[in-house]
Design a protein around this ligand. Structure first.
Ligand SMILES: *[C@@H]1O[C@H](CO)[C@@H](O)[C@H](O)[C@H]1NC(C)=O
Ligand SMILES: *[C@@H]1O[C@H](CO)[C@@H](O)[C@H](O)[C@H]1NC(C)=O
Ligand SMILES: *[C@@H]1O[C@H](CO)[C@@H](O)[C@H](O)[C@H]1NC(C)=O
Ligand SMILES: *[C@@H]1O[C@H](CO)[C@@H](O)[C@H](O)[C@H]1NC(C)=O
Ligand SMILES: *[C@@H]1O[C@H](CO)[C@@H](O)[C@H](O)[C@H]1NC(C)=O
Ligand SMILES: *[C@@H]1O[C@H](CO)[C@@H](O)[C@H](O)[C@H]1NC(C)=O
Length: 393
């Protein structure tokens, strides 16, 4: 009874000085040390709360693994050369999800014993998140992570709620996650109009662990660039904001892809016969575009060391050259129109001239007639056309 109280007091004081249980987080499949210090070395025994047999037993200066729990066979050892200095830590190799739990490091000498509690958490970090557009939705997925991940979606940095996550567990106890984001229905558009990706809008899926020990952001954006053939196209590649950490930019077009680096010199890189130049602000210039070969979708992906992937899909459309041919066409049209107008003006002028000439002829004739009339006033009756004679009736 008294010993129990003493153990309790001792444990209480350890808790006070260490601020609670010792907690270690081990990465799935890696090797991990469960720390323990004690000056009692006659018996060293590691237990796990939910296993019947010991995890590791050491006495008389050697390992005694006859009764070791099967789950730990071949995966444990002590740092035997350091035991005399009080290091009784346990080395656990190839950490599994089932290794997670509460361990007790029990040590004793002929007079004293000591128990130290170590809590082991296992983590399988999020190494990659894939995000892609499908017909009317965006899917985001990851796999082989632990513990259970949670996901949130953002549209232009504002939190969204229309999501459906699935998190099945595999046979190693790891989780995968697939989430589908459906575009928000517009008020006016109903069943008749299909929703599609909004241009220039950043869709972000943020996958994290509940304790926020890791957050992985994947974002996707669709842009559109129309150019005339012969022009260069400017597209955007996302570059890490703020601190210029480690990042890799990959540009894809069809089956081809290149890793881009901001260039100090001006030597462009080649992608599918295109000269590509990346500026420090993420602007990518595509030179020498061929209308038939290079119309299509360019995908630029930026991975950063801070667990993010940003994807920009730019649809580049090359329109036949209205700029050069167009000017000729316009000029041609102008020439034709001007010719027509000139002809019309000439025709009208001719008509006017002719009319004038006709009128002049007419007037000349009239004058001649008058002269004739004046010349022969007495030659016969008044002309019938005389209005004066009509009114007499
Ligand atoms: C015990 O020794 C190992 C191997 O050198 C070391 O990694 C560990 O931190 C030591 N533990 C303690 C509690 O000193
Ligand atoms: C996402 O899902 C696709 C298709 O099921 C798969 O090929 C890909 O490996 C997954 N990505 C990750 C990061 O698990
Ligand atoms: C992930 O994206 C969200 C929404 O844009 C943002 O609030 C958060 O800070 C991002 N987290 C990281 C680690 O980049
Ligand atoms: C909507 O999409 C479906 C299939 O994705 C297609 O069959 C249908 O024609 C589309 N409707 C309109 C109005 O675009
Ligand atoms: C997207 O942004 C570009 C410029 O960055 C602009 O030319 C284009 O009109 C925008 N598209 C939409 C649909 O807002
Ligand atoms: C998101 O922001 C961009 C400008 O940065 C804008 O063109 C786009 O329409 C916005 N999308 C939504 C859905 O608000």
């Amino acid at each position: 009874m008294q010993q129990a109280i003493w153990t309790f007091v001792l444990f209480w004081s350890i808790s006070l000085t260490t601020g609670g249980d010792i907690r270690v987080t081990c990465v799935f499949t890696s090797d991990c040390v469960l720390p323990c210090k004690s000056m009692y070395h006659d018996i060293i025994k590691w237990y796990k709360d939910d296993t019947e047999n010991a995890v590791h037993t050491f006495n008389n200066n050697k390992d005694h693994l006859e009764y070791q729990d099967a789950a730990f066979r071949g995966r444990t050892s002590l740092f035997t050369d350091q035991i005399s200095q009080g290091n009784v830590s346990l080395l656990l190799r190839m950490v599994r999800i089932e290794d997670e739990g509460i361990y007790t490091c029990y040590t004793s000498s002929s007079f004293e014993d000591l128990e130290i509690i170590v809590r082991l958490d296992v983590k399988a970090p999020i190494k990659r998140v894939d995000i892609k557009f499908t017909d009317k939705e965006i899917t985001c997925n990851t796999s082989k992570v632990y513990p259970k991940p949670i996901i949130s979606w953002y549209e232009n940095h504002s939190l969204q709620t229309n999501i459906t996550p699935e998190t099945p567990k595999d046979d190693q106890g790891l989780f995968s996650l697939k989430s589908i984001f459906t575009y928000k229905q517009d008020k006016q558009s109903d069943t008749t109009r299909n929703q599609s990706v909004k241009q220039n809008t950043t869709y972000t899926c943020s996958i994290s662990f509940e304790d926020k020990s890791q957050t992985y952001n994947a974002s996707l954006r669709q842009e559109k660039v129309d150019i005339y053939s012969g022009q260069d196209a400017n597209i955007h590649c996302p570059v890490s904001r703020g601190d210029a950490g480690d990042y890799t930019i990959t540009l894809r077009f069809g089956e081809s892809s290149i890793i881009l680096k901001p260039q100090l010199n001006n030597i462009p890189e080649q992608l599918a016969g295109i000269n590509v130049h990346l500026a420090h602000d993420g602007k990518v210039t595509l030179h020498n575009l061929d209308m038939d070969k290079h119309t299509g979708t360019y995908i630029c992906e930026t991975f950063t060391a801070q667990s993010t992937i940003d994807v920009v899909q730019t649809s580049v459309q090359i329109i036949s050259d209205i700029h050069n041919n167009g000017i000729a066409e316009v000029l041609g049209a102008v020439v034709v129109i001007m010719a027509i107008i000139s002809l019309l003006i000439y025709y009208l002028w001719r008509r006017k001239e002719q009319k004038k000439r006709n009128e002049e002829n007419l007037r000349e004739n009239e004058v001649n007639e008058e002269v004739e009339l004046k010349l022969k006033p007495l030659s016969g009756e008044n002309p019938s056309s005389d209005p004066g004679s009509d009114s007499d009736f």
